[in-house]
Every structure is written in structure tokens, then in C-alpha cells.
Design a protein. Structure first.
Length: 97
């Protein structure tokens, strides 16, 4: 799947089949369902899950918690606007699959 197909799927009721938990979390985040996104990211023990977890906490304004998760993801804390970080995350995670 590429970014355009992922983005187009946001009009559906459910995320596309076969997405990783981290990508599912980003799909739900785009649906303004932070709780579902957080639940998926929290259950994902991968570095990708930690990166999404960090982004979600940064987006909600919890910078201390976000810093912890960025460190777990081995990523520098995000500094770009959240919508740009979301796009970067989706593109990076799709490229890794």
C-alpha cells in the first residue's frame, strides 16, 4: 500500500486489512479516535509502535511522556506540526512494510 491509498482509506469505517498495529493506530488517529489509536500503539512493542505512541502523546500535549516514547523508538522528539509528523510516520511505516 502507498500513502495515497492509505489516505484515501480514511473515508472507510475501518482501516484496511493487513495494516500493522502502528499503521492502524495512525489510521484511528486520523479518525479523531485518540483512545483507539493509543490502545493500538501501547500494545505494539516494536520501535514503530513506540514512535506512534510518542507522536500521540506529543499531539495531546504530554511532552514528558512523549519524550520517553521517542527515546524508546530511538527517534529524536518531533518538532514539526503534528499533521506533518503524521504524514512522515505513515510514509515511513508504509515503506518499511
Amino acid at each position: 500500500m502507498d500513502y495515497e491509498r492509505f489516505h484515501a482509506s480514511l473515508v472507510a469505517e475501518r482501516p484496511p486489512a493487513g495494516l500493522t498495529p502502528a499503521l492502524q493506530a495512525l489510521w484511528y488517529d486520523a479518525q479523531d479516535d485518540w483512545a483507539a489509536a493509543h490502545r493500538l500503539a501501547q500494545a505494539d512493542d516494536s520501535r514503530a509502535g513506540a514512535w506512534v505512541h510518542a507522536y500521540l502523546h506529543r499531539k495531546e500535549g504530554d511532552s514528558a511522556n512523549a519524550a520517553y516514547w521517542y527515546a524508546r523508538a530511538q527517534r529524536a522528539p518531533g518538532t514539526r506540526p503534528p499533521d506533518e509528523e503524521w504524514r512522515d510516520l505513515v510514509q515511513a511505516l508504509l515503506a518499511a512494510t
